[in-house]
Design a protein around this ligand. Structure first.
Ligand SMILES: O=C(O)C(=O)C[C@]1(C(=O)O)C=C[C@@H](O)C=C1
Length: 269
């Protein structure tokens, strides 16, 4: 089985991929941006991909949330990773020489206080490790802690530069194939209303509450066709095969919601 991840080697996605032991992986294949990670699944049916969906400082990683609404992919597992960043420069660069920092948008957002305190401007790259290619005498990179052991030419001028401690990113394991699981602990639904109406979100939440199903994640993303209309992601502490969950899905459908089960998996964490 191939596993696609956001490269190059050394990204948080790569670390998360190496930590994933839900299935035997023959090849870890880096992709150059998050779109390509999800797209790779379509062309390779015997593969899985790992992608960040939520960070404790930054919130939802919208590129991936939007991909889940657009692509035919299934969530087969999830994995949490501790996240800590360093500020990297070419060896010899002094802190006072740095004018600009480069990194992927979620990493810039997780270190925004540090960036502001130092008066740096910032620019986006496709991944934390890819930003190391942008280093020059006035440019620094924000990337995973510990990379100076891997690259001789760089040094870490600051470590643990994330805005809050206990920083964690939740990754989803995605597959183009549905996987049937015994005793699933979690399910992820994408719930899409056909039109706006009063109490729309309340009717979704009340249906889960009625059947005593706890929700661990709820997020909305714009439909993109009209202002004020949203898809709702819901993650429940319950299998999609559970009788109560089946009733919830039936009720939501009779209330004219489109309900797509994106994932049903046994959380190992
Ligand atoms: O660029 C990386 O190292 C990644 O794996 C991507 C990513 C993300 O997009 O959220 C993953 C975890 C961290 O939250 C920061 C960056």
């Amino acid at each position: 089985m191939n596993l696609y991840y956001l490269g190059p080697v050394g990204t948080f996605s790569h670390m998360a991929a190496l930590n994933y032991n839900g299935t035997k992986i023959n090849d870890y294949i880096p992709k150059s941006n998050l779109y390509e990670v999800v797209n790779a699944l379509e062309a390779d049916s015997n593969s899985i991909a790992i992608a960040p969906i939520e960070n404790s400082i930054e919130g939802t990683i919208n590129i991936i949330a939007d991909s889940l609404t657009e692509k035919k992919v299934h969530v087969i597992d999830e994995l949490h990773l501790d996240i800590s960043f360093s500020l990297y420069t070419n060896k010899g660069t002094q802190l006072e020489d740095i004018k600009e920092v480069v990194s992927i948008a979620p990493a810039i957002n997780q270190t925004s206080k540090f960036i502001k305190e130092h008066g740096f401007t910032y620019r986006y790259s496709d991944s934390t490790v890819q930003s190391l290619e942008e280093l020059d005498q006035h440019t620094a990179a924000i990337a995973p802690i510990g990379l100076e052991d891997r690259y001789d030419s760089i040094e870490a001028l600051h470590t643990h530069i994330e805005d809050y401690p206990h920083n964690t990113t939740r990754f989803l394991i995605l597959s183009s194939q549905k996987k049937s699981v015994q005793q699933a602990t979690d399910s992820i639904l994408l719930i899409t209303p056909d039109k706006d109406k009063p109490g729309l979100l309340a009717s979704i939440l009340n249906t889960f509450a009625l059947f005593n199903i706890n929700l661990s994640w709820i997020e909305s993303r714009p439909l993109k066709t009209q202002l004020g209309m949203y898809h709702f992601f819901v993650q429940a502490d319950c299998s999609a095969e559970d009788d109560n969950m089946k009733k919830v899905i039936t009720i939501l459908k009779t209330l004219d919601f489109d309900v797509n089960v994106l994932g049903n998996f046994k959380k190992i964490l």
